[in-house]
Design a protein around this ligand. Structure first.
Ligand SMILES: CC(C)(COP(=O)(O)OP(=O)(O)OC[C@H]1O[C@@H](n2cnc3c(N)ncnc32)[C@H](O)[C@@H]1OP(=O)(O)O)[C@@H](O)C(=O)NCCC(=O)NCCS
Length: 195
């Protein structure tokens, strides 16, 4: 792991009432994180999307299956994939990931935020902002000009989070498959990274 890319979360909104003893750390994900990422990924979908997505889709998610996918993504089988984890007291409690967008109407130097999720007790702690800032800093270092992401229509808290970080809906909308025979509308947001 590139330890130079590890950052201690610089600001916490006070320490009282927050579920950690040591300051959270943001670092690049490693292949050995795959099992933890599988668990966090499923747990985060299940709290974040309950009421937004059908229960049968959420209840069918399996951490082992997500862990296998993470192993493949982190194993370099998916060109351009990068991920960061947030760790508290040695446990992975959240992550963000990015990759090359598939949309054909974007400039070549675009990058897509594929996912950003926290376990529920860590919501509103500032850790999500630190993950997003780590991803954006890395993209800027690589010379990426435009960030894009897709977010579920109706995921209002997360949309507010993105807008606070300077992301804007660019009018893009499509149906995203979330399970067998189930699609949901997602909105495209973009952010100019350089210039
Ligand atoms: C998006 C996410 C990573 C942000 O992490 P976070 O640590 O809560 O974010 P921060 O504390 O840095 O910023 C929180 C701000 O974002 C907005 N926000 C984020 N999630 C929110 C929610 N569920 N409800 C309302 N506002 C929310 C608010 O403006 C909030 O400000 P506040 O805490 O003063 O109310 C986290 O909320 C999360 O995991 N959400 C569910 C997963 C998800 O939808 N991921 C996006 C997939 S496209």
């Amino acid at each position: 792991m590139d330890r130079s890319a590890t950052t201690r979360v610089p600001r916490l909104r006070g320490s009282e009432g927050y579920p950690w003893r040591m300051a959270p750390v943001i670092r690049p994900a490693e292949i050995g994180d795959a099992a933890s990422l599988g668990k966090v990924h499923v747990a985060a979908w299940q709290w974040a999307y309950r009421g937004l997505m059908p229960d049968e889709v959420l209840d069918s998610l399996r951490p082992e299956a997500r862990a296998r996918a993470w192993k493949s993504w982190l194993g370099g089988h998916d060109g351009g994939f990068q991920a960061w984890v947030a760790e508290v007291d040695g446990e992975v409690i959240g992550f963000a990931s990015s990759g090359l967008p598939v949309d054909d109407d974007l400039p070549d130097d675009s990058i897509e935020l594929l996912a950003i999720y926290l376990l529920e007790p860590y919501l509103h702690t500032g850790v999500g902002s630190c993950l997003l800032e780590a991803a954006e800093a890395s993209w800027i270092d690589e010379g990426r000009q435009l960030g894009i992401l897709w977010v579920l229509e109706g995921n209002t808290g997360t949309i507010e989070f993105y807008e606070r970080h300077g992301w804007n809906h660019d009018g893009g909308k499509r149906d995203y498959p979330v399970g067998p025979n189930t699609t949901m509308p997602v909105l495209r947001y973009t952010k100019k990274l350089l210039g």
